[in-house]
Design a protein around this ligand. Structure first.
Ligand SMILES: O=c1nc2n(C[C@H](O)[C@H](O)[C@H](O)CO)c3cc(O)ccc3cc-2c(=O)[nH]1
Ligand SMILES: C[C@H]1O[C@@H](n2cnc3c(N)ncnc32)[C@H](O)[C@@H]1O
Ligand code: MET
Ligand code: SF4
Length: 415
């Protein structure tokens, strides 16, 4: 057990660029007032230096995307989740267990018209393990699992629209990721937290959700690294984790990145209570704590990590505070589809986001789903089966988005 560290000593360590340990990170996560301002300055300077060093002075990126909720059925029951539903409810509302391929392609095609370049597949984890209706729906169409269907849907999007899939289907095995790698330039799964207590203890948000065991999630992160998949992860702030647990979660992501180098971005997402969930009475993540978490993530993960916070989960003024805390990416923003995970929080219009970003002295810059170093990294990171699809949307000089509209093109597996 490390002892407590004074905030002043932890700030001095952060300022000097020394590695930050658990006790120091915990102490920094508690900063408020003038100390928070100092913490934010350290983090923002680190971000600025990192971007300048790679020739991207003051660029803050986003990915123009459509959100494709392939299925809302899930074997888990996270207490904060409003996305998850049950077969009876879907049937009553006249919806299928999954989106059909033509529904998927229809969303992507409308997105392509609006210049979207990413198709974000976010879905429930392995619903067939809990719901026979899910397994039957898949079997009737010749699919062996939800992830098998994700692969087919990604191929349909690539061929019919040219959008690049980003897969966020929850826990995957190494073998499942290997099968999906040729159809998506990037994938992701939030670590959420390393707190095992939030999973093992009755009444806690991850109790009863086998896919939220942090040991399982850390294994996924390591497996994705071994498979050389540009990977997005992150933490959910304010679900009942202590500051020490929050510090441990950030340090764990840094450790994974040191081992494999595949973490293309880290999302720091604030919990927002939803009325129809078990956590409806839990207060939203507190803004001071959230800003400190963003800054500590930046400091621990370093100048070359892309640190992302979604602009739709805070106010306009708070967006500026996120920039001041060291983010350099807004994540996926859609001119078409809602954020189905946070349906009550519309994205700012892209002109407004550009204005907000400009007001902080930065330039809003469009990227594609895989972050520039991975786009430019060739075969090590982008499967050869996707090379043409990616090249069609990327600026070859920067690895960011080119000024083009996606177009469908045939996809085939390259051995
Ligand atoms: O609209 C959303 N996009 C989410 N995204 C997508 C993200 O906004 C971007 O599309 C990706 O970062 C593209 O690089 C996630 C992606 C992941 O890999 C893991 C978690 C998330 C979480 C969300 C989310 O809650 N809402
Ligand atoms: C897709 C990601 O969205 C996040 N997520 C799920 N529910 C909420 C909520 N109520 N508030 C904020 N983020 C949420 C989780 O981190 C999940 O992994
Ligand atoms: C809708 S939540 C995002 C995808 C997956 N079910 C997870 O929790 O990781
Ligand atoms: S957060 Fe993801 S894993 Fe948890 S219930 Fe919702 S869809 Fe399922």
């Amino acid at each position: 057990m490390t002892g407590t560290v004074s905030v002043a000593a932890a700030l001095a360590a952060a300022r000097s660029g020394a590695p930050i340990d658990r006790a120091q990170a915990t102490s920094l996560l508690a900063c408020s007032g003038d100390e928070l301002i100092e913490l934010q300055e350290i983090a923002a300077t680190l971000r600025d230096d990192g971007l300048a060093a790679v020739g991207r002075d003051r660029q803050i990126t986003y990915s123009r995307k459509v959100f494709i909720p392939l299925t809302r059925l899930c074997r888990d029951r996270c207490h904060y989740c409003t996305f998850v539903t049950v077969p009876g409810k879907l049937a009553r509302e006249g919806h299928g267990m999954y989106l059909d391929l033509d529904e998927v392609v229809d969303i992507a095609r409308k997105g392509a018209e609006l210049g979207c370049k990413e198709a974000l597949f976010t879905l429930g984890d392995r619903p067939e393990a809990r719901w026979s209706q899910a397994g039957e729906w898949l079997a009737a169409r010749g699919y062996t699992s939800t992830l098998d269907y994700v692969r087919a849907a990604a191929v349909a999007v690539l061929e019919d629209t040219g959008l690049l899939p980003h897969l966020n289907p929850g826990v995957m095995s190494a073998e499942e990721m290997r099968r999906l790698r040729p159809v998506a330039p990037s994938m992701g799964m939030m670590l959420e937290t390393t707190s095992r207590r939030l999973f093992t203890d009755k009444g806690q948000p991850h109790y009863g959700s086998p896919d939220k065991d942090p040991l399982v999630r850390l294994q996924v992160l390591h497996d994705a690294g071994a498979e050389r998949i540009p990977f997005t992860t992150g933490i959910l702030v304010g679900i009942g984790e202590t500051l020490t647990e929050r510090a441990e979660s950030i340090l764990a992501m840094a450790e994974v990145q040191r081992a494999h180098g595949h973490i293309q971005e880290v999302i720091v997402q604030n919990f927002r209570a939803k009325p129809d969930t078990a956590m409806r009475g839990t207060p939203d993540a507190e803004m001071t704590e959230f800003l400190a978490a963003v800054a500590v993530a930046r400091i621990v993960l370093g100048p070359h990590m892309r640190v992302q916070a979604p602009p739709n989960l805070v106010s306009r003024e708070e967006c500026a505070a996120l920039v001041a805390s060291g983010i350099d990416d807004w994540g996926g923003v859609s001119p078409l589809t809602p954020d189905h995970v946070n349906p009550e929080r519309p994205w700012p219009n892209l002109d407004v986001l550009a204005e907000i970003t400009a007001s902080t002295g930065h330039t809003l810059t469009e990227r594609i789903t895989a972050q520039p170093p991975y786009v430019l990294g060739g075969d090590e990171w982008i499967d050869p089966s996707l090379a043409h699809h990616v090249a069609a949307l990327a600026d070859p000089a920067t690895g960011l988005a080119a000024a083009v509209k996606p177009q469908g093109r045939p996809w085939s597996a390259v051995a």
